[in-house]
Design a protein around this ligand. Structure first.
Ligand SMILES: [Zn+2]
Length: 131
């Protein structure tokens, strides 16, 4: 008899890529500039890759030059934040409020009207252009 180990899926809508799994479930960070979404300029919606919750809109996306997709505001209460003191830094970690999947960090050097910069791993997002 062998026991099958299953990881919690947290309501995943589809299997995650190893990289998405690493970021969302293990607080990983993708390589800067590696995401196709950096240069995504189309109107549309960004969903959590882990569970399909709407987390960001193209309306709040801007080019921060950081190498990661950046937004100045999330979709309402769908994104939650907590203090992250890992790596000897004090940062604010942001995650999907539905599945708690790690999305990225938020910094206070963003543009108006919020002054916030949501620095998000593209691999944690699933973009659907508006047609
Ligand atoms: Zn999620």
């Amino acid at each position: 008899m062998t026991e099958t180990k299953t990881a919690p899926t947290c309501g995943s809508v589809k299997p995650l890529s190893p990289e998405a799994e690493r970021v969302l479930r293990h607080h990983g960070t993708e390589r800067p500039g590696s995401s196709q979404l950096n240069k995504e300029k189309r109107a549309g919606t960004y969903f959590c890759a882990g569970c399909g919750t709407e987390v960001f809109s193209s309306e709040t996306k801007y080019d921060s030059g950081s190498g990661w997709p950046s937004f100045y505001a999330p979709v309402d209460d769908n994104v939650a934040a907590q203090i992250d003191t890992s790596h000897g830094m004090r940062r604010i970690e942001v995650h999907c409020a539905t599945c708690r999947g790690h999305l990225g960090h938020v910094f206070e050097d963003g543009p108006e009207p919020t002054g916030l910069r949501y620095c998000i791993n593209g691999v944690a997002l699933d973009f659907k252009p508006k047609d």
